[in-house]
Design a protein around this ligand. Structure first.
Ligand code: BGC
Length: 248
């Protein structure tokens, strides 16, 4: 069965149809620049454009860089503050006439990696950390997602973890990969000692550069880069949309 998955990010909004049994994209990925400011109404307009681009008439799943409780955005990370308190599912449904399931963006990537990426044969607790502008997290325990964990916002080194170890900080401070990786390693070990995952998967832009810093990471569990790379958010969003598929 195919469903439409949409990944809403700070710079681009990307969508594709996904075969949710195999995790494969069945169309090309279509990307539209995120409107600035990324207000709920402006983003809803782009979501509608994507739905029309695919001429889609079924349920849609969306990943949003926000804590999402029952469709309502609670925070706004790299999107307009106006999202806070917005019922994203109701807004998108109103705009397109289609049923929507909206989840945190890292949770979407985590669902995809656990089902079709590095976590597909792994039992127990899989932790996916997306390292980009911020740090997003997903915890999947025996196949079940524990949503909105926000481990990038842990207090760490006198501040907030993502302000210490995100990829944007590496770029901003001009840190060589190996120097930045020391920070990432400290953070990963901190998180490891709180949750004792069976496997850690690193997503986000840095997953493509894993060989540059892998040798600096020393955590007591298997660690690997995300396999689905920039498709994970779309695939996971489509998986989340299954909530709207009626079982007959
Ligand atoms: C946000 C998370 C989001 C992550 C990745 C963090 O700053 O708090 O909700 O998943 O960035 O976009």
């Amino acid at each position: 069965m195919e469903l439409l998955g949409i990944d809403i990010g700070g710079s681009g909004i990307k969508g594709a149809l996904v075969d949710i049994e195999t995790g494969q994209l069945t169309t090309d990925r279509h990307r539209i620049d995120t409107p600035q400011p990324a207000t709920p109404q402006a983003v809803a307009g782009v979501v509608k454009e994507l739905v029309e681009h695919f001429n889609w008439k079924g349920p849609v799943g969306c990943g949003l860089p926000s804590v999402v409780l029952h469709g309502v955005a609670q925070t706004a990370s790299n999107i307009d503050e106006g999202w806070i308190g917005t019922n994203a599912e109701a807004l998108f449904q109103e705009e397109t006439g289609l049923p929507f399931k909206v989840v945190n963006d890292a949770d979407a990537a985590g669902l995809a990696e656990a089902a079709f990426g590095g976590g597909r044969n792994q039992h127990g607790l899989i932790m996916v950390l997306t390292i980009g502008t911020g740090i997003g997290s997903a915890i999947i325990a025996d196949g079940k997602l524990i949503p909105n964990t926000e481990l990038g916002h842990l207090r760490f080194k006198g501040g907030i973890a993502e302000k210490y170890a995100a990829d944007s900080i590496r770029k901003k401070e001009g840190l060589p990969w190996e120097e930045w990786a020391v920070r990432l390693d400290e953070y990963l070990n901190h998180v490891y000692k709180l949750f004792y995952p069976d496997m850690l998967i690193l997503g986000g832009g840095v997953s493509k550069k894993f060989e540059r810093y892998q040798h600096k990471l020393d955590v007591p569990c298997p660690i690997q880069p995300a396999e689905l790379l920039n498709q994970a958010g779309i695939i996971g969003a489509a998986l989340a949309a299954q909530a709207h598929v009626k079982v007959v």
